[in-house]
Design a protein around this ligand. Sequence first.
Ligand code: S3P
Length: 172
Amino acid sequence: RTATAGRSNIVLVGLMGAGKTTVGRRLAQRLELPFIDADAEIERAAGCTIAELFERHGEAEFRKGEKRVISRLLAGRAAVIATGGGAFMDADTRALIRARARSVWLRCPLSTLHRRVQGKTHRPLLNGSDPIVALEQLIAVRYPIYAEADIIVDSTDDSVDNAATRVIEALA
Ligand code: S3P
C-alpha cells in the first residue's frame, strides 16, 4: 500500500448531529475495521460523562483530554474514529489527524442538525441557549475549518448506508 500507508485510520469530523457516530459505525462494518467513538473513550478515561467533565473542569480541560485520547487512538491499530465536533478545531489535534488519518467531514445543513439534536441533553454546548442560534454560530466558525478535511461528504437524510457508500466512494 502506498498512498494510504500510515494513514489507514479514517477520522470523521463535523458538527453535533452530523451523524459521525451513526455513519462511522456503518462505515466500519462495511470496511471491516473496528469503530471507535472518541467521545466514549474520553468518558471511559475520565470515568464520567462529557457533560460532567465540562461542569467539573471546564471546556479547556475537556479539550486537553480530548487531544490526549485522539492522539492515543491515532497511534493504535487502524480504525474508523468518530470525533466530537470540536476536536478538529484544535490546531494540534487537526495536524495529528491530518498526518495519521484520512479525514472525512460529514457536512450537514442546519435544519438536519437541529432536528437530530432536538430533545437530547448530553451536549453542553447546546444546553442553555437556543440550539438553532448555537448551531448557526458553530457553523459560521467551524465550517471553514472542517473544509480542511481530506474528503467532504454530505450527510443527508437518504440513509445511513448511502452516506457510508458516499464516504467509501470518496475514499477510493
Ligand atoms: C462538542 C461535540 C460533542 C462533544 C462535546 C463538544 C463540540 O460531540 O465532544 O459536547 O465542541 O462540538 P458530538 O459532536 O459527537 O456531539
